[in-house]
Every structure is written in structure tokens, then in C-alpha cells.
Design a protein. Structure first.
Ligand SMILES: Nc1nc2c(ncn2[C@@H]2O[C@H](COP(=O)(O)OP(=O)(O)O)[C@@H](O)[C@H]2O)c(=O)[nH]1
Ligand SMILES: [Mg+2]
Ligand SMILES: [Zn+2]
Length: 304
């Protein structure tokens, strides 16, 4: 798999797949070197810019450059990084099956915290419950998140035409609950993806096939546009945040918090709360406010 030549003993590159202490590093001219991290460290992430050098028949990652951003989740017991140095997050949801809105909101909050712009793509618009699904996304459109609709399966050409410009000249991380059409999207945009995944997982896992690692795919020969596919998730913990961080990471809540009587209003029970006034006036969606209160309680609970 690794087509390193003897003359290539060191260099700079980008991590295009990672699994434990193993990483596939792509050089500036597009060759790939299987590397491992030094010592017990396994903290390289897809998208990392690294300096590597040859040690024996593989590469060693000597240095990880400072990250422009890092999207991660923090569950009760572990931190899981999705990708580093990305230009945007694309959250894929579908008309059916119904996705959990809390997962969408959690991804948006993590992205907002990391300073990464988000786009939402609603897939399976060929299904009859489209109107209801569209309504569920109304609060997100209203707070300025671009929402795109497509049908990856029944109108693939239209979907490709819509996604092309959206993904152009950017590195885009795709996240979505399972069943939304993430594999369909990757296969539509990166026809060679399945083969590439096979090769990488063989190199990284000594033959064990796995779909648990994150992978960076180029969309163009010039290697300017990339899609980063990450495995689905059950949990999306936000334990890196304090409860008091939440309001400013949720644009619809944030917009109305300026009207609160108390500067440190929790928006849960205080008098003169601009957020609860906006809720009562129908300016904040009940589901978004409910998710806010649930996250607030979760982040206020004792941390270990
Ligand atoms: N009706 C409909 N089904 C779709 C569409 N796109 C994907 N699917 C189906 O949804 C299911 C889940 O798709 P998949 O790509 O495996 O989702 P993933 O779990 O997110 O990777 C599959 O049965 C797909 O054929 C679509 O546009 N319309
Ligand atoms: Mg899939
Ligand atoms: Zn308030």
C-alpha cells in the first residue's frame, strides 16, 4: 500500500486516515506513507498536518502542526475527535427515518464552539413525509444555517449538481446519524471510495476490515476539494462545555438572551428572561428550548 521510495526519508504531509497509533500520511505530491505515532501517543486526527520520517520500513510522525480547528465530542468517559483543519461541517439528515433533533443540535453546538461553519443537507426528498421533515428544520433555517434538500438515490444527478459547488475548494466533514444516506453520498461523490476504504483499512489494521475509522477523500485531481467521512455515533457528548457556555453557542437562544434582566440568566426560571419571553411569543422553537434545558441539566450535573 505504502509506495514510499528510498529517497523519501522525511517530509510534511496530511493525515488522511487514522486508527489507534497508525496513520496514513499523504505527501504534498499525493503519495501515501503508513506511519505510526511515537511512544504511546495516539492523538493524531484526520486532517492533521504532520512532519514524518522513515524509521525502518514505516514512517514515524515526529510533529503535529498546530490545528486551525478540531471537531470533537466528549462523552462521559472518552473524547472522540472527528477531524482537524476542516472548512465546514455537513450534517446529513433524512426525511425518514426520523432523526433525533438533539443529535443535530449537539453537532451544531460543537461546530460553533470549534468555529466551523455548518450546512445541513436533508436527504430522501422523494419520500411522502417531506413537508414534516422540512418543518422540523425551520428553526435551523431561521437561525441562518443553510439547509439543502436532495434525493441522493432517486435524483442522483441533481444531487451531484447541488453538492458540487457546496463542496468545491473546501475540506468538508460529513456527519449524520446512521440510515440518513451518508454512504450513498460518499459513493455518489467519490466513486472510488469503497476501494480506497478497503486498502486503507487493510494497511491500518493488518487486514481486519473495519468501517470505524475516519477517512479523507479527494473529490478532484487537483486535490483542492475533500470529503471526510466519519463513522456514525450513538452519543454526542458535549462535556467539554460548561452549562453557561450553551446559550451563546445556540444562535436562536443567544439572540434573545440580550433582553434578559440578569446578565447571568440561566434562561430556566429567572424573571424578565428574554429567552423565555421569546419562547412564549413563538420566536424560539419549543424543541430547541427543550434541548437547551436538557443540555443545561446534563452539563450542570456533577462531573467526575
Ligand atoms: N428513498 C430514498 N432512500 C435513500 C435515499 N438515499 C439513500 N437511501 C436509502 O437509505 C438507506 C440508508 O442509506 P446509507 O447510505 O446506507 O445510509 P448511512 O447509514 O447514512 O450510510 C439505504 O437503504 C439507501 O438506499 C434517497 O434519496 N431516497
Ligand atoms: Mg453507512
Ligand atoms: Zn434569560
Amino acid at each position: 500500500m505504502s509506495d514510499t521510495h528510498a529517497r523519501d526519508l522525511a517530509g510534511n504531509g496530511r493525515v488522511v486516515a487514522a486508527h489507534g497509533r497508525q496513520a496514513m500520511v499523504e505527501t504534498a505530491d499525493g503519495r501515501r506513507v503508513l506511519c505510526h505515532t511515537r511512544g504511546k501517543k495516539s492523538d493524531v486526527v484526520v486532517g492533521d498536518r504532520v512532519h514524518w520520517q522513515i524509521a525502518g520500513d514505516a514512517g514515524v510522525i515526529e510533529r503535529v502542526a498546530e490545528r486551525r480547528n478540531l471537531l470533537f465530542r466528549q462523552d462521559e468517559w472518552k473524547t472522540k475527535s472527528f477531524a482537524a483543519n476542516i472548512d465546514q461541517l455537513l450534517v446529513l439528515v433524512a426525511v425518514e427515518p426520523m432523526y433525533a433533533e438533539t443529535q443535530l443540535t449537539r453537532a451544531l453546538i460543537a461546530a460553533e464552539r470549534a468555529g466551523i461553519p455548518t450546512q445541513i443537507v436533508l436527504n430522501k426528498t422523494d419520500l411522502p413525509t417531506l413537508a414534516a421533515a422540512r418543518d422540523r428544520l425551520a428553526p435551523y433555517r431561521a437561525m441562518g444555517v443553510p439547509v439543502h434538500e436532495l434525493s441522493l438515490k432517486s435524483r442522483a444527478d441533481e444531487a451531484r449538481a447541488l453538492l458540487g459547488p457546496l463542496l468545491d475548494s473546501r475540506a468538508t466533514l460529513v456527519l449524520g446519524p446512521s440510515g440518513m444516506g451518508k454512504s450513498t453520498l460518499i459513493n455518489l461523490m467519490v466513486p472510488a471510495a469503497a476501494a480506497q476504504v478497503g486498502e486503507i483499512s487493510i494497511a491500518l489494521n493488518a487486514g481486519r476490515h473495519t468501517t470505524t475509522s475516519t477517512t479523507w477523500y479527494w473529490l478532484d485531481d487537483a486535490r483542492r476539494s475533500a470529503l471526510i467521512d466519519s463513522p456514525g455515533f450513538q452519543e454526542f457528548g458535549l462535556r467539554q462545555l460548561q452549562a453557561t457556555d450553551l446559550a451563546r453557542l445556540m444562535p436562536d437562544i443567544r439572540d434573545h438572551a440580550q433582553a434578559c434582566r440578569f446578565y447571568n440568566c440561566s434562561h430556566l426560571h429567572e424573571p424578565g428572561c428574554g429567552v423565555r419571553d421569546a419562547l412564549a411569543a413563538g420566536l424560539i422553537s419549543p424543541s430547541r428550548y427543550r434541548i437547551y434545558t436538557e443540555l443545561h441539566a446534563e452539563l450542570s450535573a456533577t462531573k467526575w
